[in-house]
Write a protein of this length. Structure first.
Lengths: 83, 439, 374
């Protein structure tokens, strides 16, 4: 349960984060303590539904905005940023 | 490019997995489409913590001849027998002889002040994120809302080392006792209830209780809970809060399937009102994993033409339908939940529309047009379910909000032609094409 | 039940709402009938641009007049109307189109509309996501965009504040000074203004108004991706054409950073389903001008019906066949733009006040004669 067979290292808002393989970007952003996006009026937001229907987990991944981070697995070298 | 399937299953949760496995057989090309990276849907998300049933079915799926399309999002049904999906940015046309919709359900969220703070999530929501790699050992968690999902989530999180401070079920005790009386008839469920109870033995289980405020500067710090007008504060890291499940009806509605009491109407072998389209699992009625598995099996067998075997299972399904009804009654929402939102509380999170602004309108359509509630990315999936409860607005109007693309897709995926030849076209003329003369 | 009104306005889209406000502000006892929802028809379906267009001198005059009215009103508009003077860039692909740009600049100048000619380099700086190289563009800084349902909502609220009354019912018939509603209510009026757009033919079957279907796509938020309304010069050809299906590049930013992608025009397509072929064509064209637009997240697609007349000019003024009937309909793709001008012209004419620009080109009588002759 505690062994990390594979780990993945990515960057979240310039913070380096190492997670277990199979971790989603949303989870990694929570681990890094950053919000996934800012709302229309500027509120920090994080994942809500965990299943891809609320769109709160949208982040910019490798330069592409509006990616649903709860449905995307972390990959080595990924650059993630609060949207 | 069109991929052809004899039987296409949409959704790889328990119902979809059971359907695909049951349909797969000699000379039947079966496809399973799902928008997550891995099969399992919500309740079986994450390989590390799956139940025996989950491991069993997923092993059967892995060993079958089913064509797997994971990370594929169905967004349109452009013609009879064809679905359009977006897979990693590319568009794919999927044609089918028979279609099985196993699109599952999502949580209903009700707004209250502070509910938009990071670390306020759905009950299934936090559960899913934990299954997707978020550690919760030592974290303080309040679980709230309604339904057996709360216990399952609390038990799972406790098993991962979370400190469950409270489990707040909005239903009053008498409603739950009634439900419990029904559950007694199913030993498996009794056992599960005992397991959950043991796993969450440190937590206070409160009925007639719900969150009224969440506080924090840039993420959740405390929750105010209320029971019988008494309020108290819990300092916590996560609030896992969901008010029952609502079916994902976008595809059934898009395909023209008839609804009954807000769910997809099916016959005993899971056929919908549309020829060659079946539906299994939560979209036909919120009934949990066991029912979803049976319905998936039935639909898979029926779609594969093994109607006799499907009919044999139908009896077993009927026995479990009582649970659907009992659950519905047990988790009826307390009308006081309509009052926890304040005028400044946001209801539409995509467009940041407040309760106060929405209250000015008489129906969903007007509210949508004037406030843009429901016009954001989620197309009303979150705010619509809340508005239905808060204002009693017409559910059908809210469902019809979600039109193709049923999920956002890259602009380049829109329309009929897959390959783009615009490089040569240029703006020589304003793209005219002669239609029939109309003058 | 019978009531007596100075004017009854049928339809509370942007044109009807503007007429209602104009009437109420002149002290007329005004009733407005809207059966579906304020600004819920073509008003809700369109892009919401306020744009000066020169398909004809009369169109230029009306759009310019109305645009200045919007500018004056803009200070009073609430935030939800999202009025933004982002300007329009008429994009030229080659030297041939740059000639058109120069000609257009002169035409606009003569009409008192300031413009700026941008060369390829300046255009690239103004809109970095446009393909390169392009020849240049004509910038019309005074053009604007807004969110139409809230604009119609604002105009109606103002009308109501000034004493107008709203009936949320459908109109069964409107003639000879009597408007009959679907619940049997009768409203008597000195004047009835038909402002129901493409549905005006339901009440006056012989009106030369045809539905012209359009498609639009809206993306998620990409602030700064596009800063101006962008239109290809061929847009006018597309809008001008009377017979064919056509698409023309027209992209517009909302204040939120969402991008609206259009445009398409079809006659003889009167049902609301999305046409895949037209949609693909429209998207391809947009991608030709803005290659990266293909990667933006599209969240909704919808269709709408413009009310089109044979000469591309709206019907504003009295309907000769019935003394009590007046028209404010048939605005094709310029309903938002010309709503305020329409209302002002119509009510000036009704009250015998001199109109700021000649109303003759828009008078419905121009068609009644041909109808009578037919």
């Amino acid at each position: 349960m505690h062994e990390l067979a594979n780990s993945v290292t990515l960057t979240v808002n310039d913070i380096s984060v190492t997670v277990a393989a199979g971790t989603t970007v949303a989870a990694a952003m929570l681990i890094a303590g950053v919000s996934t996006r800012r709302s229309v009026i500027g509120e920090p937001r994080g994942p809500l539904c965990g299943m891809g229907i609320c769109f709160e987990c949208r982040a910019t991944i490798d330069g592409v905005p509006h990616q649903k981070s709860c449905q995307i697995l972390c990959a080595d070298g990924m650059m993630v940023r609060t949207l | 490019m069109t991929e052809q399937f004899d039987i296409l299953v949409v959704g790889a949760g328990p119902a979809g997995i059971a359907a695909a496995v049951s349909a797969a057989g000699a000379r039947k090309r079966v496809g399973l489409v799902d928008d997550n990276p891995d099969a399992g849907g919500q309740i079986w998300r994450g390989r590390a913590t799956q139940s025996a049933a989950a491991r069993h079915w997923i092993a059967r799926l892995d060993g079958s001849s089913v064509t797997r399309l994971q990370g594929c999002r169905v967004f349109d049904a452009p013609a009879k027998g064809t679905l359009r999906a977006e897979c990693g940015g590319d568009r794919r046309e999927l044609s089918y002889g028979k279609l099985i919709l196993a699109t599952g359900a999502r949580e209903r969220f009700l707004p209250f002040p502070g509910w938009t703070l990071p670390n306020v999530m759905g009950a299934g929501g936090l559960d899913a994120i934990v299954r997707s790699g978020l550690p919760v050992a030592g974290k303080r968690v309040v679980v709230a809302g309604t339904g057996p999902l709360l216990l399952a989530v609390a038990a799972h999180l406790a098993g991962r080392g979370a400190k469950i401070l409270a489990i707040c079920e909005q239903a009053p005790l008498r409603q739950l006792i009634h439900f419990g009386a029904h559950l007694i008839r199913e030993p498996a469920k009794v056992l599960q209830g005992i397991e959950y109870g043991w796993a969450t033995r440190g937590a206070r289980f409160q009925t007639g209780c719900w969150p009224v405020e969440a506080h924090g500067s840039d993420k959740l710090e405390t929750v105010i809970l209320e029971q019988n007008r008494k309020q108290w504060e819990e300092r916590c890291d996560y609030l896992a809060c969901g008010f029952h499940l609502v079916p994902n009806l976008e595809l059934p509605v898009l395909l023209g399937c008839s609804l009954e009491s807000g769910f997809v109407a099916t016959d005993d072998v899971m056929r919908t009102s549309v020829a060659n389209v079946f539906c299994a699992g939560e979209p036909t009625g919120i009934g949990g994993v066991e029912l979803a598995l049976i319905e998936g099996e039935i639909a898979g067998l029926a779609a594969a033409g093994r109607t006799h075997e499907a009919e044999k299972l139908a009896e077993s399904r009927k026995q479990r339908l009582g649970f659907v009804c009992a659950l519905k009654h047990a988790t009826v929402l307390d009308p006081r939940l309509k009052t926890i939102a304040k005028d400044s509380t946001l209801v539409c999170r995509c467009e940041d529309v407040s309760f106060g602004k929405l209250r000015e309108h008489a129906n969903w359509r007007d509210a949508k047009l004037q406030t843009r509630c429901g016009m954001g990315s989620c197309q009303g999936r979150v705010c619509g379910a809340a508005a239905e409860f808060l204002f009693g607005w017409d559910a059908a109007q809210i469902h019809s909000s979600i039109r193709p693309p049923v999920f956002p897709v890259p602009v380049s995926n829109l329309g009929a032609t897959g390959k783009l030849n615009c490089q040569d076209d240029g703006p020589a003329m304003a793209g005219t094409s002669q239609s029939k003369e109309v003058e | 039940m019978s009531e007596s009104w100075d004017v009854v306005v049928v339809g509370a889209g942007i044109v009807g709402a503007a007429c209602a406000l104009e009437c109420a502000s002149r002290g007329m006892r005004t009733a407005v009938i809207e059966g579906r929802g304020i600004g819920s028809g073509a008003t809700a379906a369109g892009m919401g641009h306020i744009v000066v267009m020169d398909d004809s001198p009369a169109q230029l005059a009306l759009t310019r007049y109305s645009q200045t009215l919007w500018q004056e009103l803009s200070k009073s508009l609430p935030a939800d109307v999202e009025y933004e003077r982002c300007g329009t860039l008429w994009v030229a692909c080659d030297e041939g189109e740059m000639q058109e740009v120069r000609h257009k600049s002169a035409v606009y100048a003569a009409a008192g509309v300031a413009t700026e000619i941008l060369d390829g380099q300046m255009l690239a700086e103004a809109e970095p996501h446009l393909r390169k190289p392009l020849a240049g563009a004509l910038l019309v800084p005074s053009d604007a965009v807004l969110y139409p349902p809230c604009a119609a909502g604002y105009l109606m609220r103002e009308a109501l504040r000034l004493g107008a009354q709203l009936f949320t019912r459908k109109v069964h018939s409107a003639k000879a000074g009597v408007v009959r509603l679907d619940d049997g209510t009768e409203l008597r009026a000195t004047r009835i203004v038909i402002a129901s757009g493409a549905d005006a033919c339901d009440l006056i079957p012989e009106l030369p108004i045809r539905k012209r279907k359009g498609h639009l796509v809206i993306t998620d938020r990409y602030p700064g991706f596009v800063r101006h309304q962008l239109v290809e010069l061929g847009y006018l050809k597309s809008a001008h054409s009377v017979t064919s299906d056509s698409v023309a590049f027209n992209v517009q930013p909302r204040k939120t950073g969402q991008i609206l992608i259009g445009s398409s025009r079809q006659f003889g397509a009167e049902t609301p389903e999305v046409n895949d072929r037209i949609l693909a064509s429209m998207v391809e064209r947009a991608q030709w001008y803005i290659p990266e637009i293909g990667g933006l997240s599209a969240i909704r697609i919808w269709t709408g019906f413009r009310a089109a007349t044979p000469d591309k000019l709206p019907l504003i003024g009295p309907w000769p066949e019935d003394e009590s009937l007046f028209l404010a309909a048939g605005h094709e793709g310029l309903g938002i733009t010309t709503s305020l001008g329409t209302a002002r012209l119509l009510v000036d004419h009704m009250m015998g006040t001199k109109t700021r620009i000649p109303i003759e080109p828009y008078m419905p009588v121009r068609f009644a004669r041909s109808v009578a002759d037919a």
